[in-house]
Design a protein around this ligand. Structure first.
Ligand SMILES: C[S@@+](CC[C@H](N)C(=O)[O-])C[C@H]1O[C@@H](n2cnc3c(N)ncnc32)[C@H](O)[C@@H]1O
Length: 340
């Protein structure tokens, strides 16, 4: 890497950290040091940007190559912006991508947006010397940050996509943080290095796979996005194992969550539209206005207490709770060994 690039990326990391602190997101001093030291340009050497408007099919993309002078500034801005960086289209090989326009396909791997990564690692209370397992590490940004905190040879990721696992391992080796990526199905956890002090799922799941809990060490913490009965609000589940071995869990409603594991996609309220149109039910006025959209915990609880209730955020004409009948929260679009 040229001295110029090294200087400019150091300054951009410092600005990114400053923003995270000013927004009240970043509080952990070890994570702060990790964010300042992990060179994102090594882990995110290219990035897709979406060119076409939402709803346009096939989607038009543009691939930025960080090594190309014409893409350099835009790429540097993007990878330090805190936004999710799109890395892989339709499970493609990642060693011979060509910069420029690309048509069609969907993104299968990306880095997580910065705020979510910082919040997750802080919720996990990650510290030096802990054994850290990341399920679905993608390009390895959160894995690298974790490894910078735990120390070398303690952070491992299980990635299902072969080309992405190889790409991430190569870049992590180049970075020199001592993190390992194993190709495999995250639903199995990683028995070979269990028990783990911290488990972080970079994917959403319909329910917590048993191996994850079994592989959690006493005093350990596990954090995952959980699909819930309602389409609009993912849950965030924090599982802890006490020193005595008892397992406890707290479920919180959240505005955003990690994308579901490969083979699934979120079911949105839009997916209910046809059914609502065919069977709109009976309008029932209520004396009180519904709680705020931001009352995530309330809406999450309501979905369980009154099964079938769906809050339709997109229905601006009559933004009310709607009873649309039972529906599984996930849509599976290709066969998966997961029994939902
Ligand atoms: C959004 S990325 C995680 C990004 C990461 N947190 C970061 O910031 O660099 C999620 C990854 O999970 C992987 N994945 C999805 N389902 C999986 C599964 N069942 N087992 C292992 N990896 C999976 C995807 O291939 C993708 O690379």
């Amino acid at each position: 890497m040229s001295a110029d690039l090294s200087t400019t990326t150091r300054a951009r990391r410092a600005a990114m950290v400053e923003r995270l602190e000013a927004d009240g997101v970043l509080k952990d001093s070890r994570l702060r040091e990790a964010l300042l030291s992990v060179r994102r340009e090594v882990l995110l050497p290219h990035a897709y940007v979406r060119v076409s408007d939402p709803g346009v099919d096939p989607i038009e993309w543009r691939l930025l190559d960080g090594a190309h002078p014409d893409d350099r500034e835009e790429w540097l801005d993007l990878i330090h912006s805190g936004e999710s960086v799109l890395l892989q289209r339709e499970g493609e090989q990642l060693d011979a991508l060509v910069r420029g326009p690309v048509t069609g396909g969907h993104m299968t791997s990306m880095s997580t947006y910065g705020q979510a990564t910082v919040e997750a690692l802080q919720t996990l209370q990650l510290g030096p010397g802990q054994r850290y397992l990341e399920l679905g590490p993608g390009p390895g940004v959160s894995l690298a940050l974790a490894a910078a905190v735990t120390g070398p040879r303690l952070a491992v990721g299980v990635e299902r996509d072969g080309p992405m696992a190889a790409f991430a391992q190569r870049n992590l080796d180049h970075l020199g943080v001592g993190a390992q990526v194993i190709e495999g199905d995250a639903l199995e956890g990683h028995e070979a290095r269990a028990p783990h002090d911290r488990i972080h799922a970079g994917i959403g799941v319909p329910c917590v796979p048993e191996p994850w809990v079994e592989q959690l060490a006493p005093g350990g913490r596990l954090l995952t996005t959980l699909a819930t009965r309602t389409p609009s609000w993912p849950g965030q589940l924090l599982v802890t194992r006490t020193a005595a071995g008892t397992v406890e869990a707290v479920l919180r409603g959240r505005p955003r969550g990690y994308r579901p594991l490969l083979g699934y996609r979120w079911l949105s309220t839009l997916d209910h539209r046809t059914r609502i149109k065919a069977d709109p039910g009976t309008a029932r006025p209520t004396r009180l206005a519904p709680p705020q959209d931001e009352a995530y915990g309330f809406w999450l609880a309501a979905a369980y207490l009154v099964p079938g209730t769906v809050r339709d955020f997109h229905d601006h004409r009559r933004a009310r709770g709607r009873l649309v009948g039972r529906r599984r929260p996930w849509r599976r679009h290709r066969p998966s060994p997961w029994a939902a």
